[in-house]
Design a protein around this ligand. Structure first.
Ligand code: GLA
Length: 664
């Protein structure tokens, strides 16, 4: 397996390079990523290309057995280009042009930028495309991140209008699908249609959703422009990847991944001013999204946090054990290569405080030794581990368009799409039920449970798949506000839950949004929920059961006694509806009952302890910084892959410890 570092030779005197490479070799590094921000160096003036610095760095690295992944440098268009074509710069929703001075300072709709992109990428590909030790290419860097997913300039508007004309064909179709009769917005010419710059109130939700679709399509096309230039000039065995970010931007990773060989991902459990890492389930969910983007294919962690990160604000210092813990968690969930960010903290520039394996003094210390321990620990079994299958028992719905629809209309000040999605993902993670991320492209075959939380923008293709899955014996779990919107972002004209009514065996005739700080209460009345109670926050769907049985009821307000959680027999399967945001205790109890009834394997562990199986391999990570853990291992004899010690029954883990076992 490939394990390496993100290296910026251009940021150091060449006299230091040999020492860097020696230290990398001693560490066990076998791959580096370089050049993703090197456009100025490679094209110091228009049309003059100079790859000499990277040639020398690549020569030194590859002579020492270290392979190279090259980044195309389009995230940092050089000053001379912006001076000549300032129209490349993006425009924010206030109509203000973004300044040169950082990165990602381009609108993906600039045709001029497309031309310069083709030139630099083609020149790089012709120069490096046959190099035997350059194994792959990363296009650009984190498309859409740092608010670069949307641009609201003149060329963006013209491109949006053309995209709409292609999608709808006629203005009548567009006006009908946007409901433009509302507030007298009917368009009589394509050129009248705005990009959603600032208005005094809020834009038409159908326009906003189409704008996000347009932005995502624009990036997918832009990436394909790059991959086409690369594939024409590189060896077939040089892979193409992009390091995605999965934070609900107007990017469709699934579309873009069709033009890539690998998904890559930047794993930062803690960044900037955060006082502590995000939850283990939040990190795990990101990995599940990566693995799900190319239908279960392994992915690269192209940036694995190795030191405190931040620009003008830094925060949490990863504790001893964290580097191994997050590396093991990543591989457990499908990563097949790990590249640590970054080799060494820079002395200058915006990222002076993005720490790495080495700090500013370049001296190997604790983090260097920890990375060495991780690499050594993977030497014997790493290849077999990454080759083993990750077999999910459950699936969690994630759809970019549903995320965009929610971010357009959160409907409650307490609503966060990512948090509410995690609310339903976390119980499976706590119970160590292996999960996949699925959407309308996925097959649901083989899953014991499919949970579809906050299925706001109903997708007819996925709904049909869910119906067949449930009819054939599957278990489906919906949560509140499911079935509300049609694909054009209209609210359904049916009584809620709309197309889901028959499956769920309920109707929802009223509902209310709860704001931050507000809550109702829910009492469990049946099954595992009996005797339990929970706050009900964010939203309350007032459920009227038709064929469904009631598992919990509201306990407050005029709708006291109204159903809050229901269970319905549908075909040979079972369909649950959770009409409000429940607290973790009640939700975990419910999911535990659901998983057990569905026959999904549960491995119960104490809080913060994650156990993941990949065929014969079983990895365990104790995310707690201060609580030791004891894990009751599933049946069988195991060996510790690091020590070859035999282990059976109970496994003890110190705080922040992680371990890989192999079943004999
Ligand atoms: C992102 C970027 C990197 C760097 C790191 C800093 O993931 O891809 O270029 O900015 O963050 O943590």
């Amino acid at each position: 397996m490939y394990i390496g570092v993100d290296y910026y030779p251009e940021q150091w005197p060449e006299s230091r390079w040999p020492e860097d490479v020696t230290l990398m070799k001693e560490l066990g590094v076998n791959v580096v990523r370089i050049a993703e921000f090197g456009w100025q160096l490679m094209e110091p003036e228009e049309g003059r290309y100079d790859f000499s610095l990277y040639d020398r760095a690549i020569k030194l690295l590859t002579e020492n057995g270290i392979k190279v992944v090259l980044g195309t440098p389009t995230a940092t268009p050089p000053a001379w280009l912006i001076q000549k074509h300032p129209e490349i710069l993006p425009t924010d929703e206030n109509g203000v042009q973004i300044s040169f001075g950082a990165r990602r300072h381009y609108t993906v709709n600039s045709r001029i930028f497309h031309e310069y992109t083709k030139k630099i990428v083609t020149e790089m590909a012709m120069h490096y495309g046959q190099h035997p030790d350059i194994i792959g290419w990363q296009t650009d860097n984190e498309y859409g991140h740092e608010k670069s997913d949307r641009s609201y300039g003149e060329e963006d508007r013209q491109s949006f209008q053309a995209w709409l004309e292609k999608k709808y064909g006629t203005l009548d179709q567009l006006n009908e699908n946007w409901g433009t009769v509302f507030w007298s917005q009917t368009y009589t010419d394509w050129s009248q249609i705005p990009v959603p710059r600032k208005v005094l109130q809020e834009h038409n939700p159908s326009l906003l959703l189409d704008f996000d679709r347009f932005c995502a399509d624009a990036y997918t096309s832009y990436n394909k422009l790059q991959t086409d230039c690369l594939r024409e000039n590189i060896r077939d065995d040089q892979f193409l990847t992009h390091n995605f970010v999965y934070t609900d931007q107007a990017i469709n990773q699934w579309d873009m991944a069709e033009d890539l060989d690998y998904v890559s991902y930047d794993n930062y459990p803690v960044w900037g001013g955060l006082a502590e890492p995000v939850s283990p389930s939040a990190i795990a969910h990101q990995h599940d999204l990566c693995r799900g983007t190319k239908n279960g294919k392994g992915y690269w962690v192209m940036e694995e946090l190795s030191g405190a990160q931040g620009w003008s604000k830094i925060g949490y210092l990863p504790r001893p054990g964290h580097i191994k813990l997050w590396t093991y968690q990543a591989i457990s969930r499908g990563a097949e290569a790990i590249v640590y960010f970054r080799w060494r903290a820079a002395h200058f520039g915006t990222e002076e405080f993005c720490h790495g394996i080495l700090d500013h003094d370049g001296i190997p210390k604790r983090k260097y030794n920890e990375v060495k321990e991780v690499i050594d620990s993977l030497k014997e079994h790493g290849d077999d581990w990454i080759a083993s299958k990750y077999e999910a028992q459950a699936a969690v719905y994630y759809d970019t368009e549903n995320a965009w629809a929610w971010n357009i209309q959160p409907q409650s000040s307490a609503f966060s799409h990512r948090q509410e999605l995690l609310r339903h993902y976390t119980p499976a993670h706590k119970l160590n039920v292996a999960t996949d991320a699925v959407n309308s492209r996925s097959s649901l075959e083989g899953y014991k449970v499919v949970f579809v939380p906050i299925y706001f923008l109903e997708n007819p293709i996925f709904t049909e798949k869910l119906k067949r899955y449930a009819e054939n014996g599957g278990t489906v779990v919906f949560s509140y506000r499911s079935g509300v919107k049609k694909p054009n972002n209209f609210v359904t004209g049916q009584t809620l839950p709309g197309e889901l009514t028959e499956m769920t065996g309920i109707t929802i005739n009223e509902y209310e949004s709860l704001q931050t700080g507000q809550q109702n209460k829910v009492n469990g009345v049946k099954g595992s929920l009996s005797g339990l109670e929970s706050a009900a926050t964010v939203w309350c769907d007032l459920i009227d059961p038709v064929t469904a049985e009631v598992l919990a009821e509201y306990d407050d307000c005029f709708y006291k006694g109204t159903a809050a959680v229901t269970k319905n027999k549908y075909g040979k399967g079972t369909v649950y509806y959770i009409g409000t945001a429940l607290e973790e205790t009640m939700l975990t109890a419910l999911y535990k009952e659901i998983f057990q009834e569905a026959g999904a394997e549960i491995i119960e562990t104490q809080n913060g302890v994650e156990v993941v199986r990949r065929e014969k391999f079983l990895s365990a990570m104790n995310h707690s910084v201060d609580r030791p853990a004891e894990i009751a291992l599933p049946e069988g004899n195991y060996i510790d892959c690091a020590t070859n010690q035999k282990i059976k029954g109970a496994l003890k883990l110190a705080p922040l410890a992680s371990i890989l076992l192999k079943k004999e």
